[in-house]
Design a protein around this ligand. Structure first.
Ligand code: NAP
Ligand code: MG
Length: 403
């Protein structure tokens, strides 16, 4: 069998712990036998981030800007305990946060659907993709505890020296204050990423906020979305046969639960954080959830939604077998390779990605699974496998399809 030839590389970002082990197994067994793989490789493992003073993270984000497509393994975000475990020079920032800042993107999270995992919401037949704005609001709020009666004075000082006074608040007792902000540039990028993603996937796009109550803040999000949609996307959406629609968040929640799924749901930062956990749990498992960061300039970074699965890694280090689910990491690879195929017009790469995904889904639907799915699967006969045997099972299926 001839290997599939690539034209341009994808940016490959290796990571940490159990997912780093899975990364090698996937490459060795599911990718390299079939593709003459071209990647620009960056090691985002914590040791190498530490050795390079985290410059490697900035370099790989710039490489994604250049090559437009990246695939990332899960990485450790260091905390106090990791400082001693890895003897770190500094508590380096989350690589995902750094990459997101540089690419200015939106995170899309999508559950992988298999027939024998029944969603908790029984009418959900198709995936619901959460598009989460990943900047501002409560995540960068200023908070203040009020201890005495008094008056809150708010003033905005413009660069030219002019001041704008905002109506404050009278405190007759103790209380709390929170100040939120967001930026038009970031909201605009968020909107464009959502519209582009909807066109790419040919799926309807919903957007919801609480604009009836938040008449300036949330309403501004709604206005920016509408402005961009009506100026740049309305015709493209018509041509693609898809719809953009805005509704209040309460209404969106009620509609989502009654729906069949099959749409993209754009949400502000906090709403997206909460709803993505709701959606992933209702669809089954974090290990079956993919994640892609899409920039407004159509740069794509694919990864699994879960972390480095530390608990399994410590077992692995002791020489014990693990049963870690590689599906979301495999789908990160297929997402990146399919997109490379689309951009470079290599049909074989797109077909390969389809076949590898089908092999994964077939395995699970026939009851060959990892331990995390054991209690979710509705099958008469299930075989719980260790990490390597599960990947070999997928490999054998893929080989048959590729002949
Ligand atoms: P985690 O790695 O997602 O794992 C949490 C638990 O979920 C695991 O212990 C395991 O449960 C289950 N799980 C997750 N993925 C699984 C898989 N593929 N197969 C089977 N079970 C799976 O989260 P964490 O333990 O909170 O974080 C570990 C490290 O990952 C941290 O250092 C964190 O900074 C990092 N992290 C990175 C990313 C990223 O790079 N995108 C995201 C989140 C966290 P059981 O132990 O019960 O089997
Ligand atoms: Mg969360």
């Amino acid at each position: 069998m001839n290997k599939i030839i690539m034209i341009n590389p994808i940016v490959e970002m290796n990571g940490d712990e159990m997912t780093r082990i899975i990364w090698s197994l996937i490459k060795e067994n599911l990718i390299l036998p079939f593709i003459d793989l071209k990647t620009e490789y960056y090691d985002l493992g914590l040791n190498h981030r530490n050795d390079t003073n985290d410059e490697v993270t900035v370099e790989c984000a710039n490489a994604i800007k250049k090559y437009k497509i990246g695939v990332k393994c899960a990485t450790i975000t260091p905390n106090a305990q990791r400082m001693t475990e890895y003897n770190l020079k500094s508590m380096w920032k989350s690589p995902n946060g750094t990459i997101r800042e540089i690419l200015d993107g939106t995170v899309f999270r999508e559950p992988i659907i298999v027939k024998n995992i029944i969603p908790t919401v029984s009418c959900w037949k198709k995936p619901i993709i959460i598009a989460r704005h990943a900047y501002g609001d409560v995540y960068s709020a200023r908070e203040f505890r009020v201890k005495y009666p008094g008056y809150l004075n708010v003033e905005y000082l413009q660069e030219n020296g002019e001041k704008q006074k905002i109506q404050g608040f009278d405190f007759d007792s103790e209380g709390i204050i929170q100040i939120l902000h967001n930026k038009d540039t970031s909201i605009t990028s968020f909107a464009r990423s959502c519209f582009n993603f909807a066109l790419d996937r040919k799926m309807d796009l919903w957007f919801s906020t609480k604009d009836t109550i938040s008449k300036k803040y949330d309403h501004h999000f709604k206005d920016i979305f509408y402005h961009i949609y009506s100026n740049e996307y309305i015709d493209k959406f018509k041509q693609a046969g898809i719809e953009y629609f805005y509704t209040l968040i309460d209404d969106a929640v009620a509609r989502a639960v009654r729906s069949e799924g099959g749409f993209i749901w754009a949400l502000k930062n906090y709403d997206g954080d909460v709803m993505s956990d709701m959606v992933s749990s209702a669809f089954g498992s974090l290990a079956m959830m993919t994640s892609v960061l899409v920039s407004p300039n159509n740069q794509y970074e694919y990864e699994a939604a879960h972390g480095t699965v530390t608990r399994h890694y410590y077992k692995y280090l002791k020489g014990e077998k693990t049963s870690t689910n590689p599906i979301a990491t495999i789908f990160a690879w297929t997402g990146a390779l399919r997109k490379r195929g689309e951009m470079d017009n290599i049909k074989e790469l797109e077909n390969f990605s389809d076949m590898l995904e089908e092999s994964c889904i077939d395995a699970i639907q026939e009851g060959y699974i990892t331990k995390d799915l054991q209690n979710l699967i509705k099958s008469d006969k299930i075989t719980v496998m260790d990490t390597e045997s599960f990947i070999m099972n997928i490999r054998n299926r893929l080989k048959e399809k590729m002949i």
